[in-house]
Design a protein around this ligand. Sequence first.
Ligand code: FDA
Length: 304
Amino acid sequence: MEMLLRNMFQTLGKSRSANKLAKKYGLRFGASRFVAGETIKQSIEAVRGLNREGRVVTLDHLGEFVSTEAEARESAQMCLLTLDAIAEAGVLSNLSLKMTSLGLDISKELCMSNMRQILDRARQYGNFVRIDMEDYAHCQISLDIYRELRQEYDNVGIVIQAYLYRTEQDIRDLGELKANLRLVKGAYKESPKVAFPEKSDVDENYKKIIRMHLLGGHYTAVASHDAKIIEYTKNLVREQGIPLDQFEFQMLYGICEELQQSLVREGYKVRVYVPYGVDWFGYFMRRLAERPANVWFVLKNIFK
Ligand code: FDA
């Protein structure tokens, strides 16, 4: 049953027509638990609230199904406006983005040109941009682009997924670039040809890469709600004397709120990933697929 729900949410999240329909009707079905709003103004309000509670943020303007150059430029423009709004409001937030929304599937050149514009603007504000990692089909090209941009910019980071077999080698290679990495388990449905099918193997690989990157002396964002992974990281940094400013914990908006707050109380840096925008449906479906138990939460909101 759980597998069935998982597949259903993953398929719905990729459906263009479902996304289009959802966009028309606005934030529904309890999606506002996971998405801060549809406008920049609403997202900045959410950042302010989190900052007041000692948490920093990474804002993500949601954009899915970009298939024309005009759409990609529009999406890049929203990233620029988000950076402007962060600076103007004086809130503590950087930016996360998906390169497919900047035209990665149209051409590498278009995506690079949008990325350079965004990184230039971020640099102007002394801000940082994180490239989210998408499905396996985009992994190599994303890393190639990151490598190229890293030669020009020091305010750019990327995400690495523990479920991929290739990841351990990627961590080794990225060490040379002193990469600022967000390490995650991985959110997409991947073939066992490229990714560990068993959760226990993903968790073990996750611990391995956290250890490798931290002991390599590089900045590491451990992005997980898994209490065991968080405990593992805390013990590791304590035992190895890794300074508090070499790592941070990251969690998603609306998930494990108490855990986020308790880490702040313990003195750790906690960054919340706050998505916003009219394209909320795909993101919402991925969160449900991660944890089909959330479906009860959705049903409650439909019949409320
Ligand atoms: P796991 O899935 O084992 O969950 C541990 C516990 O966390 C669960 O038992 C539950 O209590 C809670 N939990 C997890 N997900 C939940 C949900 N949706 N609703 C409610 N509770 C939930 N992936 C990717 O492929 N590319 C990326 O760029 C990113 N970026 C990213 C940024 C940030 C800040 C985070 C936190 C995560 C990502 N991810 C991601 C997603 C990541 O790959 C992964 O799918 C999720 O974080 C779920 O895995 P956990 O590590 O939380 O562990």
